[in-house]
Ligand binder design. Structure first.
Ligand code: HEC
Ligand code: HEC
Ligand code: HEC
Ligand code: HEC
Ligand code: HEC
Length: 215
């Protein structure tokens, strides 16, 4: 009897509905999981550099502060990679017999900048500013990991939107005294208490509005 009331194709309708539903659900899960998840970008990206400059050696052994070389990090949107001249403050005398230092010296004498390969990179449509973070007590370690232990720099954090927002929502979980931001081995005893206190002292209130990062 029912065959006369419903046309034959109606039998396959529930299956089509089911398939469409599964695909839609899959897409939604994908969107939330992949897009908004803080974990999908180039973590671990570690390009080879033209000269094997070691942060571990220069920071931990030689004892240089990050700002000796990255001197703009508290003043400008972009941090800077030091000019060869900064290296030559020491390497005019130190290790001059090393082939790497010979290469460095040649660049210096010919006035040819070294082509360091960029490690961290945001898409053009994202606005970022170093000074806004370093002057609000956000340590390099929160965004770059323990560079002081790296022989070759790699990307330690995802730099995704979800990841940025994790901190913008609850900065008290991350901020440190300003004078500690380049001491990457320092850790607070009670982050939340300290963070809440500093949030007030520094008057920190990072925005979550789209226009903060997309201008
Ligand atoms: C003696 C100079 C010097 C000191 C001190 C120094 N750096 Fe660097 N830094 C460099 C040079 C040169 C590069 C580019 C080559 C490379 O990536 O290794 C660089 C690259 C970086 C990069 C990767 C930039 C990119 O391409 O995305 C980060 C992050 C960084 N440094 C953080 C730090 C931090 C944090 C400290 C302090 C703990 C520090 N640096 C101390 C010279 C220095
Ligand atoms: C404050 C002094 C100082 C500055 C500035 C400095 N270095 Fe060095 N660098 C050293 C010392 C000390 C050593 C270790 C020398 C040794 O092993 O006896 C070293 C070692 C090196 C080595 C390893 C050489 C080898 O073959 O063993 C490289 C490569 C190097 N530095 C590159 C750089 C570059 C590139 C810069 C600039 C971005 C730089 N250094 C800035 C002090 C400095
Ligand atoms: C809140 C996160 C954050 C903090 C804190 C931070 N950085 Fe960065 N850093 C980034 C991002 C994101 C990039 C890539 C920027 C881009 O592509 O426009 C970057 C890039 C860099 C670069 C490459 C040059 C540039 O500006 O693109 C250097 C060098 C650097 N950082 C050094 C440091 C040092 C040193 C500190 C601590 C004094 C520090 N950063 C603190 C997120 C951070
Ligand atoms: C670990 C914490 C932390 C992370 C991670 C972080 N931020 Fe921030 N951000 C802050 C704090 C704190 C401020 C300062 C807010 C204030 O001064 O009120 C800030 C401020 C800013 C501002 C405002 C700057 C201005 O000039 O007004 C921008 C833009 C920004 N962040 C972009 C980003 C982007 C993009 C990322 C991810 C790539 C990011 N932030 C990751 C903590 C963080
Ligand atoms: C704290 C900084 C920050 C804020 C606030 C922010 N974004 Fe983003 N957004 C980012 C970063 C960083 C990326 C790049 C991440 C990536 O490459 O996946 C991004 C990427 C995006 C993308 C591209 C995603 C993709 O995978 O291609 C869209 C769309 C976007 N944001 C929309 C928004 C909207 C809408 C808002 C407001 C509700 C917002 N963003 C607020 C930092 C931010």
């Amino acid at each position: 009897m029912s065959q006369q009331i419903f046309p034959k194709w109606a039998n396959t309708l529930p299956i089509i509905v089911l398939i469409v539903l599964v695909i839609t659900l899959g897409l939604v899960v994908h969107l939330f999981w992949y897009w908004l998840s803080p974990k999908h970008l180039n973590v671990g990206y570690q390009p080879k550099q033209p000269i094997p400059f070691s942060h571990a050696l220069h920071v931990e052994n030689v004892g240089l502060d990050c700002r000796y070389c990255h001197s703009n990090v508290e003043k400008a949107a972009h941090s800077n990679i030091p000019a060869t001249e900064t290296c030559m403050n020491c390497h005019k005398q130190i290790k001059t017999d090393s082939p790497h230092i010979k290469k460095l010296t040649k660049h210096y004498e010919n006035n040819e900048p070294i082509e360091w390969v960029k490690v961290h990179m945001l898409p053009d449509y994202v606005y970022f500013n170093h000074a806004a973070h370093t002057t609000a007590g956000v340590s390099c370690v929160q965004c770059h990991g323990q560079v002081n232990k790296m022989d070759v720099v790699y990307q330690a954090k995802p730099l995704s939107m979800g990841w940025c927002l994790e901190c913008h929502r609850e900065p008290e979980k991350f901020i440190w005294p300003k004078e500690k931001i380049t001491d990457l081995n320092w850790r607070p005893t009670n982050q939340i208490n300290l963070g809440l206190q500093l949030k007030e002292t520094y008057n920190v209130n990072p925005g979550e509005a789209c226009s903060v990062c997309h201008r």
